[in-house]
Design a protein around this ligand. Structure first.
Ligand code: PAF
Length: 286
């Protein structure tokens, strides 16, 4: 397995590699990421994984500085998982036009992709600019790696949706494959941010998924209206001590608010336990 930090070297190495499957990550890898690598391996001879904590997708008061960086451990896991190339660019390599501003970076000169309005709903409502940052770095990574396929996790369903739009609307010849969410035995969706949870919070965290499961069951049984169920779940989570951002039923293919006609549904939620923001979702048919 090669570990490459420069775009030029990566391009040289990718010359004549045949089919390329790509898994973009921000590192601190867990079994959810390794599942995506496994899917990638089933689709191409050459699997490239990027590890880059993208400053452009973090808001001013988010966890960019503290985001867990565990490169050595990540590389060991990727080697064992059978990845061929790990791309680990610096911020300067990815954003040469960014200027240093004191301790931080001024990315205001950086050219960005503007996401469609759906990026301002759900997670985007409380994370302004987040999905523009994601779409921009993914577009750059796609241009650098030029993969045939790219694999993204369903846990970040809104992100997956926006990346599918990016590929469609910018005519990129890349097949996007979605990997199912990998869960702890408790049901908690695996996430790098789970590392921020205390032991007590970790025990509590599976409540988010359990709440979604219970309202999905009620939709399937036809017992109540979607809006009423979402509000009830939100209230119940608040009573359990969560700071709820949203619980929302959406149409799986458009991500628009679900109507009584929609059959392919997804329920998505975001809520904080202490200072840790967790997201989860369940897609289902009724
Ligand atoms: O899902 C992530 O880890 C990131 O948002 C991504 C897709 C690697 C872009 O930075």
């Amino acid at each position: 397995m090669e570990i490459i930090a420069s775009i030029r070297e990566l391009r040289n190495s990718l010359n004549n590699q045949g089919h390329i499957a790509f898994v973009p990550t921000m590192g601190n890898l867990h079994d959810g990421h390794l599942k995506l690598v496994d899917i990638a391996k089933q689709h191409a001879q050459c699997v490239v994984v990027s590890i880059f904590v993208n400053p452009l997708q973090f808001g001013p008061h988010e966890d960019l500085a503290n985001y867990p960086r565990t490169l050595e451990a990540d590389c060991r896991k990727l080697q064992a998982a059978g990845a061929n190339i790990v791309f680990t660019p610096s911020v300067k390599e990815m954003y040469p036009d960014a200027v240093s501003a004191g301790e931080g970076l001024n990315l205001r000169q950086t050219m960005k992709v503007t996401s469609p309005p759906i990026a301002n709903e759900l997670c985007g409502a409380s994370r302004p600019g987040h999905f523009d940052g994601v779409a921009t770095v993914v577009a750059k990574l796609f241009n650098i790696v030029q993969p045939d396929i790219a694999v993204f996790g369903k846990k970040d369903f809104q992100q997956l949706f926006i990346i599918r739009e990016l590929v469609k609307q910018f005519n990129l010849p890349i097949e996007i494959i979605a990997g199912d969410t990998v869960r702890e035995p408790s049901g908690l969706a695996m996430s790098s941010r789970n590392g921020y949870l205390t032991e007590t919070q970790k025990n509590q965290a599976a409540q988010l998924y359990k709440m979604l499961e219970s309202i999905v069951l009620r939709v399937r049984n036809g017992t109540a209206e979607l809006g009423i169920l979402a509000d009830a779940a939100s209230l119940a989570l608040k009573e359990l001590g969560w700071d709820v951002d949203y619980v929302s039923f959406r149409n799986q293919t458009t991500l628009m608010p679900a109507t009584s006609e929609d059959k392919q549904l997804i329920v998505l939620a975001a809520a904080k336990l202490g200072t840790t923001r967790l997201i989860d979702n369940i897609d289902f048919l009724r």
